[in-house]
Design a protein around this ligand. Structure first.
Ligand code: SF4
Ligand code: SF4
Ligand code: SF4
Length: 387
């Protein structure tokens, strides 16, 4: 049995806890047989790579944890062997690749042999250094390395290879064919996003149909603009596209989107000059307004009903977001890796249930948390979230 590192990029919020605890574990202390001291500055055995994406107003940052991939056919091992020191860099039975802190001293070019830059050169010790997988901890009862243990969102996992869901993962292309043991889930591809507006009436356009087509004219994806008039096609391949915007009463708007090199914000796109049928446009706008108002009213009604029921029991109901939750009883905020799994406040130990307005028969994507009694009241049998 051997383990692999599994990084879920969607869950990484760039908190740097992994980077900090790696320093805590390895700076100013050596682990003989495993690692020499990591210098206080200049080395990041676990590094968070920031990727700024898009342009104003659609700017996003993706955080990518980068560390040694513990390759099965590692170029660093081959380099040490070629330098006449095959025992200086080796792979353990559990898959971890170790640079021996004594035997590897003086091997010229070892730090540069890693295609992903995971090795650093310590001039003071004349030694190449890198992530050891915290092998000294794993050999002494730890089940995961420090960085994995510290990650609050489970973005970083160390899991049995045979049990891990490695479908839809990617690996560092620089290590293709080298047996990398680090997998990325939800590695950022490209996005294109924008807003549809009617400048003549100073409105955003809700429920405009946006169809993404590739260079050959094939439909790749389609969606309706949201209540802010926004559309966003995410995780698409780097390529040239067109986006066709259709709104009842207006001629079609075609937007070019070249995301071969970078993510793209196409900004505000005015359709007012494309108006061809005022009556149809008016009717469509009124229908969209009405539907949005009805949905909002229904959501408010359910929310209000729950609050009233809870108040009658001297209980509380609170909103939660996709990543955090406010305890219905004590009001303290918790960050939740899986909202649907939270059933007890970590502070006041109150039990509660999380459920969506949709599950209560209303439209809208809000989430609510109520204590167990409040949640049971509105005939919610088995809450199941669609986040
Ligand atoms: S990622 Fe780099 S340092 Fe780590 S095992 Fe592979 S080649 Fe060696
Ligand atoms: S496994 Fe250990 S040495 Fe490697 S990056 Fe994580 S904390 Fe640092
Ligand atoms: S600790 Fe986890 S969430 Fe924080 S930066 Fe590291 S991988 Fe990302």
């Amino acid at each position: 049995m051997s383990k692999v590192f599994l990084v879920n990029v969607d869950r990484c919020n760039g908190c740097h806890a992994c980077q900090v605890v790696c320093k805590d574990e390895h700076c100013q202390q050596a682990w003989p047989g495993y690692t020499a001291e990591q210098p206080l500055v200049g080395q990041f055995w676990c590094k968070i790579d920031y990727r700024e994406r898009g342009q104003v107003p659609w700017v996003r940052v993706s955080h990518i944890p980068v560390l040694c991939n513990h390759c099965a056919d590692a170029p660093c091992i081959a380099h040490a062997a070629a330098a006449g020191k095959p025992e200086a860099v080796y792979q353990r039975d559990d898959g971890l690749v170790i640079i021996d802190p004594e035997l590897a001293r003086g091997i010229s070019g070892l730090a540069k042999s890693c295609p992903v830059g995971a090795i650093y050169y310590n001039a003071e010790l004349d030694l190449a250094q890198k992530c050891s997988g915290c092998a000294h901890l794993l050999d002494n009862g730890w089940s995961v390395p420090r960085c994995v243990d510290a990650c609050p969102t489970e973005a970083l996992l160390y899991v049995e290879e045979s049990e891990a869901d490695l479908s839809s993962t990617t690996q560092a292309p620089e290590l293709a064919g080298k047996g990398s043991r680090l997998y990325y889930k939800n590695f950022p591809k490209r996005f294109v996003a924008g807003t549809i507006v009617d400048m003549e009436h100073n409105n955003v356009v809700i429920d405009a149909r946006a169809v993404l087509k590739d260079a050959a004219g094939n439909v790749v994806a389609e969606q309706m603009t949201d209540e802010f008039g926004d559309f966003k096609f995410n995780q698409i391949e780097a390529a040239r596209y067109t986006i066709e915007i259709t709104v009842p009463g207006f001629d079609k708007l075609v937007i070019s989107a070249d995301v071969t090199e970078q993510d793209l914000s196409v900004g505000d796109n005015d359709i007012s000059h494309l108006l061809v049928d005022l009556e149809t446009a008016k009717a469509a706008a009124e229908a969209a307004d009405k539907a949005a108002a009805e949905a909002a009213a229904a959501a408010r009604a359910v929310s209000e009903k729950l609050r009233e029921e809870a108040a009658a029991r001297h209980e509380h109901v609170a909103k939660v977001s996709k990543t955090s939750l406010i305890c219905p009883k004590c009001g303290k905020k918790m960050v939740a890796e899986k909202i649907e799994d939270v059933t007890r406040c970590q502070f006041c130990k109150e039990d509660f249930t999380v459920y969506t307005l949709e599950q209560l028969g209303a439209t809208g994507g809000d989430l609510l948390a109520g204590n167990a009694a409040a949640a049971a009241a509105p005939s919610v049998s088995a809450p199941k979230l669609e986040l």
